[in-house]
Ligand binder design. Structure first.
Ligand code: GTP
Length: 854
């Protein structure tokens, strides 16, 4: 009761009551005794009903999110002053008629994460008031008619339903500013158009008007699998309709891309190189909604777990994490090198082991969910529970394995037939068909034509305006406007036909007509045997770059010992490769010169493949005062830039020395990952974290950051069944320093969380190990969001050793005696990619580009 009172903020004019996370099963009668109440927040409780709520006839805001409501509370119809209603994350299936017609002032309605498939017709009576509607994560197959009548709607969210079509009327005649529909099997407009936003959708519909609609059947097909599995062989043989045996010298480096047609389908083949060194670039190119052909060399395959893990398990795990809804067709090659019985046996073994993996994943998720549900404090874990539930609802579709002998064309033909059968199956591939206005197809054809014309350079890089002028030379496209052209380019970028990174400032007017060129660029620096590449740069080329043989030895030494390349070394490497491939003309554009960095550097930084390391030792005496939220100038440094490639790091002594060993007293937490930490994840985390904290030391699986003289250690441990990233800092000497230390931890945790969003099938949870030496227990972290400090409790008791600890030793928490007399403002933590990080009440915007551009 005292707690309840503590959460009540009384005001002379209005009353506002917050009763979040209180394990309430019924509304406390005292709450219903204040008819003047205007705002009631009951989120994260265990409410099934809110009987008596009609007594609060003055409510303007009612939050019932994250409860256990299955029947829509009909008493809400008495709350005629209601402006904001949130019922998200409940289990509501039906909303009866007659509620919304009583709520004429309703502006904001959040119904996400329920089981709704329809809305009552009378929602339309809110048409002049309702501005915000969130229907995401429900079961809608179509946009309800009532929504089309909401003419004041400004924000509409319908992600993760089963919508196939969006009505044109939805985008016309209303002030819609924000619309999100990802995660639906949309054909009209296709997802790739919707991702471009309202303007692009509107333009799409206006193009669709009065013209013959065309259906495009296109499948992005990704060939994955270990090295020398036969990926390129299958890819080339399918394309050329004959047996093409690829020699070992022709091994794929990076990724190869090709397009071809089988019957009415267009296939875009992405052939990924199998060597480990290239995995770091995979996150750039492995995209959802594709058919994955997982190629397994049957000659190498043995019936033991080690080989299964290497040739199959590794890939299945990666797909689980990165594109958990994919369709995977396993293909066994080299069957001519095995007996028929062996082929059958291996096929059975692989399929059953994959099924066991699917089962294990299901069991793991069920176990995590069960843990949260059976916890005494389950209301503290609602967000984690939701995310697990979402993960449980999507899984890989594994098709039946096809054994092939790639030296026999009939087997290739058989594979082609199987692929076609599968892509025609709408149950498996609801997204294959896209309804497109003819101009989309015409521009695509013109671009392919331009790309293949003799005048186009080998690298296929073209300026946006030049490309437009090339396209509009065709009579039927002479009226193509810039905006429509950009919309179509965005669409073609999303389907993978071209690459156009309009979000990277330096590349906004550059179109890569041949995506493979970009990969050629990546592979120059992200490749196996990079040292040999460095060593093989010729003397002439060195001289041309004003470098000596001694410089070259220095580059090799710096790379071997520190995984760093200086700008000149990178220039020389790129020049070496581009000259070999006959693409001299693009060299300067890609690598730039001293004053202006080339496009390659923007790409590497954008994809967090390397970290720019400048030896900026001094503070800039001329810099303006640091003001949170404003751009802050760092010292301008004319010394040569170095780039650190964390993938190539191989020692960790220096970091261990600086850190000086773990102490029992350290504040210490772990982020656990299931099924494992994805390849390249930790390296990217280091690049991101070190971009924020300029004082840092990086090594193979560990990294030390310093902020305001305080060190924080980040360590990776990636073992099957025990994968975690550990954060450690020294226990603050003063109690007043806890806020700073936890803010530092939280900044890194938010970077980890932001990064992990790129792996939608990855489960991450935070735990703090018990502080008693040898005690194996861990404390689960409750949900962390940007509104709440993590917990209200003062003391935590270990269930295993029985010791009691002050909460601030385990979780982000300001010691309570410091809150008196003046409580600190609530901590807000927020990180968007590189851009912004907030610590407590202030925030820093990191404009990396502005530092680089100088
Ligand atoms: N006998 C036989 N040889 C095959 C078969 N499939 C592929 N090969 C050979 O196996 C070798 C490797 O094939 P690739 O297609 O280059 O393998 P990959 O998976 O693309 O390899 P990476 O480029 O390293 O990722 C080549 O020499 C092919 O000719 C097959 O079914 N039978």
């Amino acid at each position: 009761m005292a707690q309840q009172r503590a959460c009540q903020e009384q005001d002379d004019r209005a009353s506002k009551v917050t009763l979040s996370t209180m394990r309430l099963r019924v509304l406390p009668p005292t709450v219903l005794q204040d008819p003047r109440m205007e705002s009631l927040n009951l989120d994260r409780n265990k409410l099934k009903h809110v009987a008596g709520i009609s007594k609060l006839g003055n409510l303007r805001k009612l939050i019932l999110s994250k409860n256990e409501i299955a029947d829509f509370p009909e008493e809400i119809q008495s709350l005629v002053h209601l402006e904001k209603l949130e019922l998200n994350q409940n289990q509501i299936r039906v909303i009866p008629e007659g509620i919304f017609s009583c709520l004429p002032r309703l502006k904001h309605l959040r119904l996400s994460n329920n089981r709704l498939s329809a809305l009552p017709k009378d929602l339309a009576t809110c048409s002049s008031s309702l501005q915000y509607l969130n229907l995401s994560n429900n079961l809608f197959r179509a946009i309800p008619q009532a929504v089309l009548e909401l003419v004041s709607l400004q924000e509409l969210y319908v992600q993760n339903n089963t919508l196939r079509q969006l009505p044109r009327e939805l985008f016309e005649g209303r002030p819609l500013k924000m619309f999100k529909a990802n995660g639906n099997p949309l054909r009209e407009p296709p997802n790739e158009v919707c991702a471009g936003g309202i303007q692009q959708i509107l333009s799409y519909f206006s193009q669709l008007q009065n013209c013959h609609v065309e259906e495009d059947r296109r499948v992005k097909t990704m060939f994955l699998g270990a090295s020398l599995a036969g990926k390129s062989t299958i890819c080339k043989s399918l394309k050329q309709r004959q047996v093409v045996l690829v020699s070992e010298e022709e091994r794929t480096v990076g990724i190869e891309i090709s397009e071809f047609h089988i019957q009415d389908f267009t296939f875009l083949f992405w052939d990924f190189a199998g060597q480990l060194e290239y995995y770091v670039t995979h996150h750039v190119f492995i995209t959802p909604q594709a058919l994955v052909i997982l190629v397994i060399n049957f000659q190498k395959y043995q019936l033991n777990n080690g080989i299964f893990q290497e040739l199959v398990g590794f890939w299945i795990n990666n797909l689980f994490m990165r594109v958990p809804n994919s369709v995977v067709l396993p293909v066994g090659t080299h069957t001519d090198c095995c007996t028929e019985e062996e082929v059958e046996e291996k096929k059975r073994d692989i399929m059953s082991k994959i099924q066991a993996m699917l089962e294990e994943r299901r069991a793991n998720l069920a176990h995590f969910i069960n843990n949260l549900e059976s916890s005494e404090e389950s209301e503290f874990y609602v967000d984690q529970w939701d995310r697990l539930k979402e993960m449980e609802s999507c899984t890989l579709t594994i098709l039946n394995l096809v054994p092939v002998n790639c030296t026999n064309y009939w087997d290739i033909k058989k594979l082609e037939t199987t692929i076609l059968e599968h892509v025609r199956n709408e149950e498996i591939f609801p997204n294959v068909i896209r309804v497109l206005p003819p101009v989309y197809k015409e521009v695509e054809a013109a671009i392919v034509d331009t790309e293949q014309s003799e005048g186009t350079a080998e690298h296929g890089i073209m300026d946006l305006n030049h490309l437009l002028s090339e396209i509009t030379r065709r009579e039927h496209l002479s009226h193509l406007g810039t905006e429509l052209f950009r919309d179509i380019l965005r669409y073609l970028h999303r389907i993978g036909l071209i690459i156009w990174y309009e979000e990277i400032k330096q590349l906004e007017s550059t179109v890569f007509l041949r995506p493979a060129f970009l990969i050629t660029m990546f592979k120059i620096l992200v490749r196996y045997r990079l040292v040999q590449q460095l060593e093989s740069i010729s003397v002439d080329l060195l001289v041309g770059e004003h470098a000596t043989i001694r410089d070259q030895s220095n580059w090799v030494w710096t790379f071997k010992s520190k995984a760093m390349l200086c700008q000149r070394a990178m220039r020389a490497l790129v020049k070496h490769q581009l000259y070999l491939e006959g693409m001299k003309d693009v060299f300067e554009e890609m690598v730039g010169h001293k004053a202006q960095k080339g496009k390659l550097f923007s790409l590497l930084e954008h994809f967090e493949i390397c970290l720019e390391v400048r030896h900026a030792k001094d503070l800039n005496p001329g810099a303006r005062e640091f003001v949170p939220g404003k751009l802050w100038e760092t010292t301008q440094n004319c010394r040569e830039a170095y780039y650190l490639f964390p993938t190539y790091l191989n020692q960790s002594e220096e970091v261990s020395e600086r850190w000086g060993g773990d102490h029992l007293e350290d504040l210490h937490i772990r982020a656990y990952f299931s099924p494992e930490i994805p390849e390249g994840f930790f390296q990217r985390l280091m690049v991101k974290a070190c971009s924020f904290y300029s004082a840092h030391w990086i090594a193979k699986v560990t990294c030390l950051l310093i902020c305001s003289g305080k060190p924080l250690l980040i360590k990776e441990n990636n073992q099957k069944g025990y994968s975690y990233i550990e954060l450690r800092s020294r226990k603050p000497a003063q109690r007043t320093e806890f806020q700073f230390t936890w803010d530092f931890f939280m900044a890194i945790i938010f970077i980890i969380r932001k990064l992990s969003e790129e792996w939608p099938g990855l489960h991450m949870c935070m735990k703090a190990p018990c502080r008693t030496a040898e005690c194996p227990a861990e404390f689960f972290w409750p949900d962390v969001d940007d509104k709440n400090t993590v917990t209200k409790e003062e003391i935590k008791t270990c269930g295993t050793c029985g010791h009691r600890f002050r909460t601030e030793l385990l979780l982000p928490k300001v010691p309570s005696d410091l809150e008196v007399p003046q409580p600190p403002p609530p901590a807000h933590y927020y990180v968007t990619s590189y851009g912004t990080t907030s610590f407590g009440p202030s925030s820093i915007h990191v404009h990396r580009q502005s530092i680089l551009d100088k």
